[in-house]
Design a protein around this ligand. Structure first.
Ligand code: CA
Length: 227
């Protein structure tokens, strides 16, 4: 069965262009023109993925994102204008999975949709073990094995790695990573995350200068590659 994509976008031209390309790629597409009806459609139709514009009449994209995240795991791609960088960061912190800056190429949108749907399926992991490439994280014993060798990580390093490895490809802001360090006695500020990431890379990357697991997303934060 075709996967359903809901586009919430108030500019008809943009919505139509996105719909045409997605339909050509065998997705079923629904369109809502404002935040309020978009939220209702998301709840009623339970689409597989949401393409969400940030500036919307009735209820803005951030509020839609916030409301949906409280009740579902639906993958969300935000559409933002270049000038909306702060909103984009807020969106990612509210749990959006990815963003595309307008004007965007519809081909790029289709590629992101496809990648995100694939990732969303990979979110399931069994028996407390997360395996990515040569990495094996045991989330119960908090141990890391790299290509057969046990690697010692501090609790903070393990927590950072686990948080990102659970959602490969998802972008995490420093503030988000910091917030995820719950349970770990830790007083820090956003940028202090960088020092831990540096140590982590030294321990798990073949070449810390060319990381393949923990990637920097310029101006935003980090994401886990390795897939
Ligand atoms: Ca708009």
């Amino acid at each position: 069965m075709a996967e359903t994509i809901l586009i919430i976008e108030d500019e008809p031209k943009v919505a139509r262009l996105a719909r045409d390309y997605l339909e050509k790629n065998n997705y079923r597409v629904l369109i809502a023109n404002d935040g309020k009806s978009g939220l209702a459609t998301a709840r009623g139709e339970k689409p597989d993925l949401l393409v969400l514009d940030l500036l919307l009449p009735e209820m803005d994209g951030l509020d839609v994102c916030r409301a949906l995240r409280r009740e579902s795991d639906i993958p969300i791609i935000m559409l933002t204008a270049r000038a909306e960088e702060t909103d984009r960061l807020i969106g990612l912190e509210l749990g959006a999975d990815d963003y595309i800056t307008k004007p965007f190429s519809p081909r790029e949108l289709v590629a992101r949709v496809r990648a995100l749907l694939r990732r969303a399926k990979g979110r399931v992991y069994q028996s407390g073990i997360i395996r990515v490439g040569d990495l094996e994280l045991n989330t119960e014993s908090h141990t890391l094995n790299l290509a057969g060798e046990d690697i010692h990580l501090t609790r903070i390093e393990f927590n950072l790695l686990e948080t990102m490895a659970r959602h490969p490809g998802q972008i995490f802001s420093r503030a988000q990573l910091l917030e995820n360090l719950h349970g770990v006695a830790y007083l820090g500020y956003d940028r202090s995350i960088d020092a831990h990431i540096k140590n982590l890379r030294r321990k798990i990357e073949n070449d810390p200068a060319e990381p393949k697991y923990i990637l920097t997303v310029y101006g935003v934060g980090y994401k886990f590659g390795g897939q």
